[in-house]
Design a protein around this ligand. Structure first.
Ligand SMILES: CCCCCCCCCCCCC/C=C/[C@@H](O)[C@H](CO)NC(=O)CCCCCCCCCCCCCCC
Ligand SMILES: Nc1ncnc2c1ncn2[C@@H]1O[C@H](COP(=O)(O)OP(=O)(O)OP(=O)(O)O)[C@@H](O)[C@H]1O
Ligand SMILES: [Ca+2]
Length: 512
């Protein structure tokens, strides 16, 4: 069997196959080749009596974590031998645990409103090549996908795919995690309830405005790359934080939970949805100029179970040992403590102040606008969140901080920025504290006026809102807890040395 053209086989020439390989885990499909098509294309086949061939489709790694589907055709004069190869390769593929039946939700209005086109033109043909069957559902309203996930026979599927942005992913995640807890009789309103892990993987086909979750877990936001990760059945566990207020469940978050700057940007940008992804630049500029800061108190529990720190130079990569070690450490702690809520006994740290931004990120939050993200050393699956506190500072300093989202300089190397790796935290705004603790204290009650009367103080008279993975929360006082590896994605994290892999494979057109 050779990948040399048939006319060379016919001449009985010696075949040179380069020494290179594709792991079976990265083969997409094996098919008997349609020789009529090949004949038409190459015109090199006419002389051969009865040729046989099969084509292997495989993942070809290009630059910047981009994957493409490549193929190589093997020619053979012996029909039986050709069939044996096809059979053997198909058996190898069967041994891989890959999705066979997927449930797909498409948000036709996400990002630049291209979700349906992206799925039909770039993704569906690849799923069909890989013999994956799908039930496709185009949403007609917000929360359609989430509501539907509570009704469908979920056991029929090997995974759920969402075509859209971070908001669409959030919907699907809420549907799946919520369904899982409901089926297991877990009360989501209890902030301390041990949540049941969700083993049905989610695949993200990026078609949104920020696509931060896709970018941070794959290394690029590219529909074809994501489709290939789904096809080969990659698996990446992900931390999920639960957000509560007064024993009421509000939301789950996996990327950014931001108060102050990012909350205000989101709130303003929601009114400008018609602008598409540009709305964030417009509202970002406006919010930057308004320069509001917010006063409040943060209580947090440091994440002692993990060896990593937000100031580490190394980032979370495929097969990350920090994530593995942290998960094991947490599992051991839970075994030792049994049902006892050990968190309550651990130390809480308190920070009071005036902040321009409070950002809690479960992952780096890398995205095309910010290729390293808001916390470059955050881990996808270590059971912790990085809590970034940006204190009141000048507009110029805040701009310097924002610019560091976009370049290689250290974002935390500012006197007004603090970062902590935490496993839970709580926030209460000063306004709420004052209202709740002592309503008769005139000075406290009129805090709003107090600030208005002193122009030097830029503290807002109102609360900000929380930006929870691109959705606003109704409450400013929240209680947040990280759940280590609560769910899984069809991804493998960001691969190391991708450039090297790309150049090794660029010359590779042979296989086996
Ligand atoms: C001067 C350059 C500064 C550039 C700063 C770029 C920062 C980009 C940071 C992106 C962080 C994304 C975190 C992920 C959040 C997602 O869960 C969420 C849902 O998709 N997206 C947003 O909330 C969307 C948030 C998008 C926020 C965009 C903010 C743009 C700020 C522009 C400020 C301009 C100041 C210029 C002054 C002359
Ligand atoms: N058919 C629909 N009509 C209106 N809204 C929808 C529909 N389907 C889903 N949605 C909602 O649209 C919101 C935004 O969608 P999505 O996340 O896909 O795009 P985006 O906001 O442009 O991107 P990003 O979240 O990456 O910034 C989601 O919160 C989702 O609940
Ligand atoms: Ca994490």
């Amino acid at each position: 069997v050779t990948n040399q053209p048939a006319h060379e086989l016919d001449r009985g020439s010696c075949v040179h196959i380069e020494n290179c390989f594709v792991p079976t885990s990265e083969i997409i499909a094996v098919e008997e080749t349609d020789l009529n098509k090949k004949q038409r294309n190459s015109g090199k086949w006419q002389k051969m009596a009865k040729p046989h061939a099969f084509t292997v489709y495989y993942v070809k790694k290009a630059r910047n974590h981009r994957w493409r589907c490549s193929d190589v055709t093997f020619w053979c004069v012996d029909e039986q031998l050709c069939n044996q190869w096809i059979q053997a390769l198909k058996e190898l593929l069967e041994l891989q645990t890959r999705p066979k039946h997927l449930l797909v939700y498409i948000n036709p209005y996400g990002g630049k409103r291209q979700g349906k086109r992206i799925y039909e033109q770039k993704v569906a043909p690849l799923f069909s090549l890989a013999s994956i069957s799908t039930d496709v559902f185009v949403t007609e309203r917000a929360n359609h996908a989430k509501d539907n996930l509570f009704e469908v026979n979920i056991n029929k599927y090997d995974g759920v795919v969402c075509v859209g942005g971070d908001g669409m992913f959030s919907e699907v995640m809420h549907g799946l995690i919520g369904r899982m807890q409901k089926d297991s009789g877990i009360d989501q309103n209890n902030p301390k309830a041990p949540l049941v892990q969700c083993n049905i993987r989610i695949g993200i086909i990026p078609a949104g405005s920020t696509d931060c979750i896709c970018y941070s877990t794959v290394g690029i936001s590219d529909p074809v790359t994501s489709a290939l990760h789904i096809i080969i059945g990659d698996s990446q566990p992900l931390d999920v934080s639960s957000v509560h207020h007064n024993n009421t469940f509000l939301k789950y978050t996996v990327s950014l939970l931001g108060y102050g700057f990012y909350g205000d940007v989101l709130k303003d940008s929601e009114k400008k949805r018609w602008m598409g992804p540009m709305r964030y630049d417009y509202s970002g500029f406006k919010t930057f100029l308004s320069h509001h800061c917010y006063e409040g108190t943060i209580y947090f529990q440091p994440a002692k179970h993990t060896q990593g720190s937000p100031r580490d130079k190394d980032s979370c990569r495929t097969g990350c040992h920090i994530c593995r070690q942290s998960e094991q450490q947490l599992a051991e702690e839970h075994k030792k403590c049994g049902l006892k809520h050990e968190e309550d006994e651990e130390e809480w740290k308190v920070i009071k102040g005036k902040f321009l931004a409070i950002n809690a990120v479960n992952m780096s939050c890398a995205c095309p606008r910010s290729p390293k993200g808001l916390s470059p050393a955050a881990h996808l699956a270590d059971g912790s969140s990085d809590l970034i506190l940006v204190r009141k500072c000048s507009r110029f300093d805040f701009l310097r901080y924002l610019i560091r989202h976009t370049n290689q300089d250290d974002q935390f190397d500012f006197s007004f920025v603090d970062v902590y790796r935490v496993k839970s935290f709580q926030f209460t705004s000063k306004l709420l504290e004052d209202n709740e603790s002592d309503v008769t204290d005139i000075g406290k009650k009129h805090f709003g006026q107090f600030c208005r009367d002193h122009p030097a103080c830029c503290c807002s008279i109102a609360n900000s809102t929380w930006n929870c993975d691109g959705e606003t929360l109704n409450s400013s006082a929240i209680e947040v807890r990280v759940h280590c590896q609560l769910m899984k994605l069809f991804a493998r994290g960001i691969e190391e040395n991708c450039k090297e892999a790309a150049s090794n494979q660029s010359t590779v057109e042979q296989l086996l």
